[in-house]
Design a protein around this ligand. Structure first.
Ligand code: C2E
Length: 363
C-alpha cells in the first residue's frame, strides 16, 4: 500500500513518544487512526503503536512488512500485531503510556494555558498602571521619563499580543488532542460493534471470552456461555426478504442486548446466531435470563411496517454451558453449541443446558 507522500520525507524522531509529543505528533496519530480505520485494524494499544511507527518513521522494515501483509490481504489482528511488535519494536516501551501521553500532554497544555492567562492578566494590569502613570506625568514632564514610560507601555502591549496568540494556539492544540482521543474511542467502538445490531461483534466477542475466562481462572469465578439462534430464520428471510430479515435480527438483538447488558457481554455471533457471556454467573442464572429472552421474543407480534401484515411468530432456541475449571474457550463454545442443537432437535423454542460429560478440560 502506498503511503501519502507528505509522510515519506518527514523527519520524525525515532523515539515514538517524542514523536507523539512533537508538533507533528497529533497529525501522525490522526493519520495512524485513519489508516487503522481504513484497514479495519483492531485498535489495541499495541496496534496503535505499530501504526504510529508506520506513519511516523518513513521507510522502515516494519513499514515494509505491514505493506507486504496488507498487499497480501492479511488482517492485522491483535496476535499478528503482537508478533510484529516483538520483531520490529523490541525497544518499544509504550504500551499504555502511548494513550496516556495524550492525557498528560493535555494536562500540561492546560497548565501552560493557565500560566499564560495569569501572565496576561498581570500584564494588562501593568499596562493599565503604565497608562495611568503616563497620563499623570502630563505634558509638562514630557521628556526622557515620559519616553521611557511610553516605551514600556508599547513593550507591554506587544507582550500582551504575543500572549494572546500563544494562548489561542494552545487552546487549539488542546482541542485537537480532545478530538484525537474521541476519534480513537470511536474507532475502538466501531471495530468492536456489529453494524446491524449494535451488539458486540464476533471478533470482540472472541477477545472478551478469552479475557473473561483468564480472569475467571485467576479469581476462581464461574463463567457461563449461552448461544441463541433464531428459529427458521432462513425460511423467514426467503418468505419476507432480507430487509425484514434484518429487522428481525435487530428486534431479537434488542431483547438480547437489554437482558445481556454489561457486565454480561451480548454479541452477534454469526448470521442469526447470538451469544451471551455471563461473567461470574452460574448456569442457573443464565437459564433464567435465556428463558426471559425466549418468552419476550415470542410474545411480540411483529408487523411488516409498510402494510401492517403480521410477520408470524419469532422464536429462538438457546443452549448454555457453565465453564469447567481450566476449560478452553473452544471447548466451552462447543458445549454451548451442542446444547443449542439439542434445543433445535427437541423441537426448537426452548433452552437446554450443556452436559459436562463430553468436555475435555484443555488449556
Ligand atoms: P427500529 O425500527 O430502528 O426501531 C428502534 C426502536 O424505535 C424500537 O426498538 C422501538 O422502541 C421504537 N419504534 C420504532 N418503530 C416503532 C413503532 O412503529 N411502534 C413502536 N411502538 N415503537 C417503534 P425495538 O422495539 O427494540 O425494536 C428494535 C428493532 O427491531 C427495530 O428497529 C426494528 O428493526 C425491529 N422491529 C421491532 N418491532 C418490529 C415490527 O413490528 N416490525 C418490523 N418490521 N420490525 C420491527
Amino acid at each position: 500500500m502506498a503511503r501519502s507522500a507528505c509522510w515519506e520525507d518527514n523527519t520524525m524522531p525515532r523515539d515514538i513518544q517524542a514523536s507523539l509529543r512533537s508538533p507533528k505528533g497529533y497529525e501522525v496519530a490522526r493519520h495512524a487512526l485513519d489508516l487503522m480505520q481504513a484497514h479495519q485494524v483492531w485498535p489495541t494499544v499495541r496496534n496503535f503503536e505499530l501504526w504510529v511507527n508506520y506513519v511516523g518513521e518513513g521507510a522502515s522494515p516494519l513499514a515494509a512488512e505491514i505493506d507486504r501483509l496488507l498487499a497480501a490481504g492479511e488482517a492485522i489482528t491483535e496476535s499478528l500485531g503482537e508478533a510484529l511488535a516483538a520483531q520490529y519494536l523490541p525497544e518499544a516501551r509504550l504500551n499504555g503510556d502511548i494513550l496516556e501521553a495524550g492525557d498528560a500532554l493535555s494536562k500540561e497544555l492546560q497548565s501552560v494555558t493557565a500560566a499564560i492567562e495569569s501572565a496576561q492578566r498581570s500584564s494588562e494590569e501593568y499596562g493599565q498602571e503604565l497608562a495611568t502613570a503616563s497620563e499623570r506625568l502630563g505634558s509638562e514632564h514630557a521628556g526622557p521619563v515620559k519616553a521611557v514610560v511610553e516605551g514600556l507601555t508599547n513593550a507591554t502591549r506587544k507582550v500582551q499580543g504575543e500572549n494572546a496568540v500563544l494562548e489561542s494556539q494552545l487552546a487549539e492544540t488542546t482541542a485537537e488532542l480532545g478530538r484525537l482521543r474521541e476519534s480513537l474511542d470511536q474507532v475502538r467502538r466501531d471495530a468492536m460493534t456489529d453494524g446491524l445490531t449494535n451488539l458486540t461483534n464476533r471478533k470482540a466477542f472472541d477477545e472478551r471470552l478469552e479475557q473473561i475466562c483468564e480472569r475467571a481462572d485467576a479469581e476462581g469465578e464461574a463463567v457461563t456461555l449461552a448461544i441463541i439462534d433464531i428459529d427458521h430464520f432462513k425460511n423467514f428471510n426467503d418468505a419476507w426478504g432480507h430487509q425484514i430479515g434484518d429487522q428481525v435480527l435487530r428486534y431479537v438483538a434488542s431483547v438480547i442486548g437489554r437482558l445481556g447488558a454489561t457486565p454480561r457481554v451480548a454479541a452477534r455471533y454469526g448470521g442469526e446466531e447470538f451469544a451471551i457471556i455471563f461473567p461470574a454467573e452460574s448456569g442457573r442464572t443464565a437459564m433464567a435470563v435465556l428463558e426471559e429472552i425466549r418468552t419476550e421474543v415470542s410474545s411480540r407480534a411483529l408487523k411488516r411496517r409498510s402494510t401492517n401484515e403480521d410477520l408470524g411468530a419469532i422464536t429462538v432456541s438457546a443452549g448454555y454451558a457453565e465453564r469447567l475449571a481450566g476449560e478452553s474457550t473452544m471447548n466451552l463454545v462447543e458445549r454451548a453449541d451442542a446444547a443449542l442443537y439439542a434445543s433445535k432437535h427437541a423441537g426448537r423454542n426452548r433452552t437446554t443446558a450443556a452436559t459436562p460429560v463430553a468436555a475435555v478440560a484443555a488449556a
